[in-house]
Every structure is written in structure tokens, then in C-alpha cells.
Design a protein around this ligand. Structure first.
Ligand SMILES: NC(=O)c1ccc[n+]([C@@H]2O[C@H](COP(=O)([O-])OP(=O)(O)OC[C@H]3O[C@@H](n4cnc5c(N)ncnc54)[C@H](O)[C@@H]3O)[C@@H](O)[C@H]2O)c1
Length: 375
């Protein structure tokens, strides 16, 4: 703990996304150390953010660190997080929770045994845009949700990421990489999924890196790069979802939910804000719904919420059980595409409590430092 009684956070995985976490500026989150398989990266990150660089083993053994923020590649998530909970640390990690059901279940069991918490990205569903949609749905603005349509289609990460290989290995692909944003948004709004079906065309065996230091390299492809899925929710609502790294350009809406009393146009689930549109039965056109009822958070709010929840003894929102359910849906979609049949889910999760309204002084609210802008 720091002198202010705040848990100390150690970061593992000093890559592309680490800067967003390190500069998010949540009062709850006090980073003190960092580690990476690549010691030079850890040293550079430590120097830039006044942290102690150390090995992964030393970070996990360090008694001053209470929480691990695991920003490694998907293939290492479950292993690193399991080692952290077994070392008695709480963990918040990037998505996906794990690559398979066994890895996810072992992590949940490890956390239960060591009485530690596991939180998992994405946390975009805690942003002002999705929380406004949650409020509208909970208040019955569109009546009972009947259907949803989700589309995440673009040309792939080889056009921008400096080291995009992991996006095409097991644990990557549009389903495991981007699916968590869309699926977490959907289950937070509509509840658990009961069964899924999907189809995927055969992917090309390699992808050419188009930018950055690895430009010109051919990347091996282990996963489907286009997934067309169907989700049946426990409520009876049905969603179609298309996730693709094989689309050059598209004008499809990212996410819509349609109910017995109206339709909702939602923001990009990979953002924290974004426009919200509402069309009610009986009136023509769309009304813009303001989102400023909620604070405009950024990446890291899930970590801040988890750290704050430990302090205040309440459940954290971006929970391991929510992430496990999303993992099960993604595995089900993969298995359905391979086998040509419906796959049922068996997990459930505690629906995360809605975020408090902006400006309310509830003790549980996550607090941003006033010196950090909201962009
Ligand atoms: N880059 C983004 O914009 C972005 C956005 C949201 C989420 N994410 C997720 O964040 C995670 C990291 O993404 P990134 O873009 O920063 O990747 P990256 O490849 O840039 O960085 C990953 C880092 O983890 C380190 N690492 C890998 N295995 C490790 C292990 N076992 N122990 C210690 N260090 C290890 C690597 O050496 C590397 O420095 C991924 O799960 C990704 O899906 C990335």
C-alpha cells in the first residue's frame, strides 16, 4: 500500500497499449513497477514513468505490490494472471480472459483459492456511451429487447500495429481480439447468451505486414479472419454478429438494438463515448440522446473500478465471471463454425451494477485526477 493507503500496481507487458494505462490518471491506480519478457522495454517504460523495472518473477514475488495489471499478448494472459493470483496478487488483465475454457476455469479457481480478484478488459462498456444505453434499456425506452445487430469489420491490424503477429495466432483473429468489446457490451445490456451458431470462410494462410518495423513480413494465420455469428440470449432476444479482418471498407452500423417499443443506435463498443440515437415507436426519425449523464472515462476505468471495489468491499464490474461468459460465447462460435451446429453455453455472471451518474459523490465512483484531460 502507498502512504495514502492505495494499493500498488505492478504492470506486466510494456507494449503498445501500456502507455494508455500508465497515463490514464485514475486516482485509485498507483503504478510502481513494471516487467516484460523484453528487459529493454521494461527499462524504457520504467524510465518514462518513474517505475521500478524488474523481472516478471521478481514483480510477482515483491511484497509491496498488491495488484498486477497484465498487458501481455493473448497467448500469455491466463498463464501470467494465474501466476499472479497464486502469488497472492489481485489481477486486472487485457482481453481475452484465456484461450480456452480450461485456462479460464483454472484462473477463476486460482483466484477463488487465493481469495484474490480477477478483472478483465474490455472496460469500454463502463464509458458514458454504453452506460447511457444501459440506462435507456433498463428504463424501458425501447421496451423489451427483441434483436441486436453487431458489425465489427475492417482490414486487419497489419496496417498499423508495429508487431501484429499475435493478432493472427490462436487467441487473436477478429473474434477473440474485437469480439470481447461487442459481446461484453451485448451481455451487459441483454444478459447471458444461451446458445450460439456461426460460419467462417477458410482464411488465407498468411498475411502481409503493411507498415512499421515488420513491414513486408508474412504472418502465419491460425484463426478464422471472418466470423458470421448468431447469438440466442436467455431472454429469447436474438443477435447477429459479424467480426472480420477481411473487409476493405464498410458503412455498416457498429451496433443496434431493437425492442418492442423502439430502436437504439449504440456507439462503437470499442470507444468510451460516441453518439447514442433513439427512435421510438410512433415517432419518425432518430433523436440524439446526450451522454453527459455519465463521466467520460477512458481505458483503465475497469482497473480503477476493481481497485476501488477492493477498498470499498463491493463487486467490481469488469469481472472474471463476465469475461468467462464472453470467452465461452467466443469458443462456442468457433466450435459452431467448425462443426456446423448450435453450441450451448453453461456459464452465467453477475450483471455488473450500472455506473453512477456523473457528479454524484458516491464513495464508489472512480475518480480521475483533475490534471488529466478527458479525451
Ligand atoms: N494495442 C492496442 O491498441 C490494444 C488495444 C486494446 C487491447 N489490447 C490488448 O492488449 C494486449 C497487449 O497488446 P499490445 O498491443 O500492447 O501488444 P504488444 O505486442 O505491443 O505488447 C505486449 C508485450 O507483452 C510482452 N510479453 C508477452 N508475453 C509476456 C510474458 N509471458 N511475460 C511478460 N511479458 C510478456 C511482450 O514482450 C510485449 O512487450 C493484447 O491482449 C491486446 O489484445 C491492445
Amino acid at each position: 500500500m502507498t502512504a495514502q493507503g492505495r494499493p500498488r500496481v505492478g504492470l506486466i507487458g510494456c507494449g503498445n497499449i501500456s502507455e494508455a494505462y500508465l497515463t490514464a490518471g485514475y486516482n485509485e491506480v498507483q503504478f510502481t513497477a513494471c516487467a516484460d519478457l523484453d528487459a529493454d522495454r521494461a527499462a524504457k517504460t520504467a524510465a518514462a514513468h518513474t517505475l521500478d523495472a524488474m523481472s516478471v518473477d521478481d514483480l510477482l514475488a515483491n511484497p509491496t505490490i498488491d495488484v498486477v495489471c497484465n498487458l501481455t499478448v493473448p497467448q500469455a494472459h491466463a498463464e501470467v494472471s494465474l501466476a499472479a493470483v497464486q502469488a497472492g496478487k489481485h489481477v486486472y488483465q487485457e482481453k481475452p480472459l484465456a484461450l480456452d475454457r480450461t485456462g479460464g476455469a483454472l484462473l477463476l479457481k486460482g483466484a477463488e483459492d487465493s481469495r484474490t480478484r480477477v478483472g478483465c478488459a474490455p472496460d469500454t462498456f463502463l464509458g458514458a456511451g454504453m452506460q447511457t444505453c444501459r440506462k435507456l434499456i433498463d428504463e424501458g425506452a425501447i421496451g423489451a429487447p427483441v434483436s441486436a445487430m453487431a458489425n465489427m469489420v475492417f482490414r486487419g491490424h497489419e496496417y498499423w500495429h508495429p508487431d501484429p503477429g499475435f493478432y493472427y495466432l490462436r487467441g487473436g483473429g477478429p473474434l477473440f481480439d474485437m469480439g470481447p468489446y461487442y459481446l461484453t457490451a451485448l451481455v451487459n445490456l441483454l444478459g447471458p447468451v444461451a446458445r450460439v451458431a456461426a460460419a467462417s470462410p477458410e482464411p488465407s494462410t498468411t498475411r502481409l505486414v503493411r507498415s512499421g518495423p515488420r513491414k513486408g513480413h508474412q504472418l502465419p494465420v491460425e484463426v478464422p479472419t471472418h466470423v458470421a455469428g448468431l447469438l440466442e440470449f436467455a431472454t429469447g432476444a436474438v443477435a447477429t454478429i459479424v467480426l472480420s479482418f477481411d473487409v476493405w471498407a464498410s458503412q455498416l452500423p457498429k451496433l443496434e438494438i431493437h425492442g418492442t417499443e423502439g430502436s437504439l443506435s449504440l456507439p462503437d463498443p470499442n470507444t468510451f463515448g460516441g453518439p447514442v440515437g433513439l427512435a421510438r415507436w410512433g415517432s419518425e426519425g432518430w433523436e440524439d440522446v446526450p451522454t453527459d449523464h455519465f463521466s467520460l472515462h477512458r481505458r483503465g476505468v475497469g482497473l480503477a473500478d476493481m481497485v476501488g471495489s477492493i477498498e470499498h468491499g463491493r463487486p467490481h464490474r469488469a469481472s472474471a465471471s463476465l469475461a468467462y461468459h464472453v470467452l465461452e460465447v467466443m469458443i462456442g462460435l468457433t466450435e459452431s463454425a467448425a462443426q456446423g451446429c448450435y453450441i450451448e453455453t453453461s456459464s452465467d455472471f453477475e450483471r455488473p451494477e450500472a455506473m453512477p451518474a456523473a457528479g454524484t459523490q458516491r464513495r464508489e465512483a472512480v475518480e480521475r485526477r483533475p490534471d488529466v484531460d478527458a479525451t
